[in-house]
Design a protein around this ligand. Structure first.
Ligand code: CP
Length: 313
């Protein structure tokens, strides 16, 4: 099977078969990462450009490394130091990048739908690296790859997404992806950080950790987006941590072998205690490594259109 689409904009519009194809393709990519020489010629002559209107450490760097490990040429546009500061529009910026020969543009933007606009505007392929509070598809794919590695399946798994659901593009992409592959998804958090009608996406809603984390196989802890909390959506950070911060006591509500994920960056000691963050249940660093493998898979599938067994030759 091949990925027959121009762009990857979200998990809402990827089929279960496409998600499985990306996860399966990430497995041989992870094997390449374990080699001493982490480089294959698969995408030689192709160009990948990252265009980030918001800060990033993991997503941007892992896309760049993923492209380099596949021998593609890369360039990175730092919006703060670009002609965007002189008033150049998103459309004109993207067209400029395209006529330099970009095969893929990877965009992060604060406005939901910006990657979709770009995908309609340019002939280059577009990958969404996070748009507003809408979707962060490659984060969800790497979360799912990590779950598959650790648990071996999705069907029947209980996955809790804990925290600020309203502002989280990671939550939305995980909900789309996990429900398509048969997991039971719960969202857990304070009512003020829970969007209306979220249950319409096929999730169960909980406002108390005692109930929401009971007997779950996976807890995906979301970052409290301190930059978006000016509206006073919870009384204080200390109160949030007491009620919803994942610590060893709350971890005991879950299954004994619960897997703990966090997309990063972590507010250490706020949404997750240092003991849990650094403890045996957490796979936060493995998520980052898996992010490179998943992004290699995506670039490979979009640009080569080839079969999985051609990757490493
Ligand atoms: N998880 C995530 O998107 O991290 P960055 O903001 O560092 O890319």
């Amino acid at each position: 099977m091949k990925l027959k689409r121009k762009d990857v904009l979200g998990l809402q519009d990827l089929s279960a078969e496409e998600i499985n194809l990306i996860l399966d393709t990430a497995e041989p990519m992870k094997e390449i990462l374990a080699r001493e020489i982490k480089k294959v010629p698969t995408l030689r002559g192709r160009s990948v450009i990252t265009l980030f209107y918001e800060p990033s450490t993991r997503t941007r760097t892992s896309f760049e490394l993923a492209a380099k490990y596949l021998s593609a040429d890369t360039a990175s546009i730092s919006v703060a130091a670009s002609s965007v500061q002189k008033g150049e529009s998103l459309r004109d910026t993207a067209k400029t990048i395209e006529v330099m020969g970009a095969d893929v543009i990877i965009i992060r933007h604060s406005v939901s739908g910006a990657p979709h606009f770009l995908a309609r505007t340019v002939n280059a392929r577009v990958i969404n690296a996070g748009d507003g509070a809408h979707e962060h598809p490659t984060q969800a794919l790497l979360d799912m790859f990590t779950i598959k590695e650790k648990k071996g399946r999705f069907a029947g798994l209980k996955v809790a997404i804990l925290g600020d659901i309203t502002h989280s593009r990671v939550a939305r992409s995980n909900i789309w992806g996990l429900t398509k592959l048969g997991a039971e998804v719960r969202v857990v958090g304070p009512p003020t950080l829970m969007p209306p009608f979220i249950q319409d996406l096929g999730v169960k809603v909980f406002y108390r950790c005692e109930e929401g984390l009971e007997d779950v196989d996976v807890i995906n802890v979301l970052r409290i987006q301190l930059e978006r909390q000016q509206k006073g959506l919870f009384p204080s950070i200390r109160e949030y941590t007491r009620l919803f911060g994942l610590d060893e006591k709350k971890l005991r509500y879950a299954k004994p072998d619960v897997l703990v994920l966090h997309p990063g960056p972590v507010n250490r000691g706020i949404e997750i205690s240092p003991e849990v963050q650094d403890g045996p249940h957490a796979a936060i660093n493995e998520q980052v490594t898996n992010g490179v493998a998943v992004r290699m898979a995506l670039l490979y599938l979009l640009m080569s259109g080839g079969e999985v067994n051609e990757i490493a030759s």
